[in-house]
Write a protein that binds this ligand. Structure first.
Ligand code: PLP
Ligand code: MN
Length: 337
């Protein structure tokens, strides 16, 4: 199969860019210093490549991701870095599963689900999950009293990932990690887990970094100055054009829209065009040169995770030339809840 034979919209992964990203991150954070987050790609075939690179512990966001990783034989050390109130499907898995807890209810759910190991999730500044640092030790004591092994703490400084100024990002990361280390002093255990692609180079306080987006990347992280390559693109087809007639400047319409793109980080980027707006199934853009109905255009997503979650498969390619061979097709097999 050739790129030109693919039905659009189609997710393409440039295999050289992916390999470069994986290698660069492995050089920065070898082995267990990186616990790749699978929510970014939701693809066990890609996770297997990360495991081949020496990262055998993974971060997951959903029970389904944990199950899929276990079934794929990648369950050596899975962290569900998220709060769950029904952990019954986790205890029975043929995998080592550690779950984040931040309340008596999530602690109880872990016990009831047959989970044996937990991390105390600490609020380090992002108003999402996590217990207040000064209450973390007490929750750890309760977890141990309930028979759980407390491996340590996690705290995600997600509000800092896209800060444009890296000096400010580093300063605030230190502040957030100060909160996590204070909690760790009370909680104990070997694990201090946190961070993401945006802080991978500056978060030197964690024992393991939970980066996900670095593998495939998106335009938001590129704009934030991250050094990884844009491996993920969305191949689309121009389905309509108009000539510059009347007051209307010329525009063209590609067959990708809100239903094939995660839009919370803004519009996608169209190569060779300026995006006007996206609607359900369309992206209207001003082309930089003449385009015709049937032309293929390459679209760069602004946010990798929610984009991938909309697709069933990704195609591995070298370049987007219509004659380029589709080297492999990977199922996005960790989708759903
Ligand atoms: N850890 C947690 C708990 C997250 O929710 C996320 C992303 O939202 C990450 C880590 C880092 O992911 P990324 O590297 O894609 O920014
Ligand atoms: Mn994301």
């Amino acid at each position: 199969m050739r790129v030109g034979d693919l039905t659009t919209p189609a997710l393409l992964v440039d295999v050289d860019a992916l390999d470069a990203n994986l290698a660069d991150m492995s050089a920065a954070l070898p082995g267990s210093k990186l616990r790749p987050h699978v929510k970014a790609h939701k693809t066990t075939a890609l996770a297997a490549r990360q495991a081949d690179g020496g990262h055998t512990g993974f971060t997951c966001a959903t029970i389904r991701e944990v199950e899929g990783m276990a079934k794929a034989g990648l369950g050596q050390d899975l962290l569900l870095a998220n709060e769950v109130l029904d952990a019954r499907r986790l205890g029975a898995l043929d995998a080592r599963v550690t779950v984040a807890i931040d309340s008596p209810s999530t602690l109880r759910a872990a016990v009831d689900g047959g989970v044996r190991e937990v991390l105390v999730d600490v609020n380090v500044g992002l108003p999402r999950c996590g217990i207040a640092p000064d209450r973390a030790g007490r929750l750890a004591d309760d977890a141990r009293a309930a028979g759980l092994t407390v491996r340590g703490v996690m705290g995600y400084e997600g509000h800092l990932m896209m800060l444009a100024d890296p000096v400010e990002r580093a300063r605030l990361t230190e502040e957030c990690m100060g909160r996590l280390l204070a909690a760790h002093a009370d909680v104990g255990g070997d694990v201090v887990s946190g961070g993401g692609t945006g802080t991978y180079a500056m978060n030197t306080w964690v024992t393991e970094l939970q980066a996900g987006s670095y593998a495939l990347m998106d335009t938001a992280y590129t704009a934030a100055g991250l050094p990884f390559r844009q491996a993920l693109t969305l191949l689309s087809t121009v389905v309509s054009t108009t000539d510059a007639a009347g007051e209307m400047p010329a525009f063209a319409v590609a067959d990708v829209g809100l239903k094939s793109l995660g839009m919370d980080h803004g519009n996608p980027t169209v190569q060779g065009g300026h995006v006007w707006f996206c609607s359900d199934e369309h992206t209207t853009f001003g082309p930089e040169r003449r385009v015709s109905v049937g032309d293929r255009v390459t679209v760069l997503p602004a946010h990798v995770d929610p984009t991938i979650a909309l697709h069933e498969r990704m195609h591995l390619v070298r370049g987007t030339d219509p004659d380029a061979e589709v080297l492999d097709t990977w199922a996005v097999d960790l989708r759903g809840w």
